[in-house]
Design a protein around this ligand. Structure first.
Ligand code: TYC
Length: 103
């Protein structure tokens, strides 16, 4: 080698800052009108839950007033909550899904 290679040294070193995305909970709210079976059907259809998991979450909301369905990114949480709430609305039920940031 001729010994005349240029070595470029970066003047500033940028540390990659990857913010981990904030997570959001989708929350199922109890009400007095939506049939239990319908709640389970929505949980299975929108959140891909098994019959057993769907019933468990539905019964938790029924007894406690609300239940966490899933924790995911804000975008997905809001889309799923709307999809599920809209499905119920179309069927004439007041069933509601909300979202909130995880602590
Ligand atoms: N409480 C409703 C009933 O007795 C059933 C129900 C369960 C509704 C969970 C909403 O998130 C809910 N028919």
């Amino acid at each position: 080698m001729a010994g005349n290679e240029t070595v470029l040294k970066p003047k500033t070193v940028t540390k990659p800052k990857l913010e981990k995305p904030k997570l959001y909970k989708v929350i199922l709210l109890n009400d007095d009108y939506t049939p239990r079976e319908f709640v389970t059907v929505v949980l299975k259809a929108v959140f891909r839950m098994s019959e057993e998991a769907g019933r468990r979450v539905m019964m938790t909301a029924h007894k406690m007033g609300s239940a966490v369905v899933v924790v995911c990114t804000r975008d997905i949480a809001e889309t799923k909550a709307k999809e599920a709430t809209d499905l119920a609305k179309e069927a004439g039920y007041p069933l509601m899904f909300t979202t909130e940031p995880e602590e």
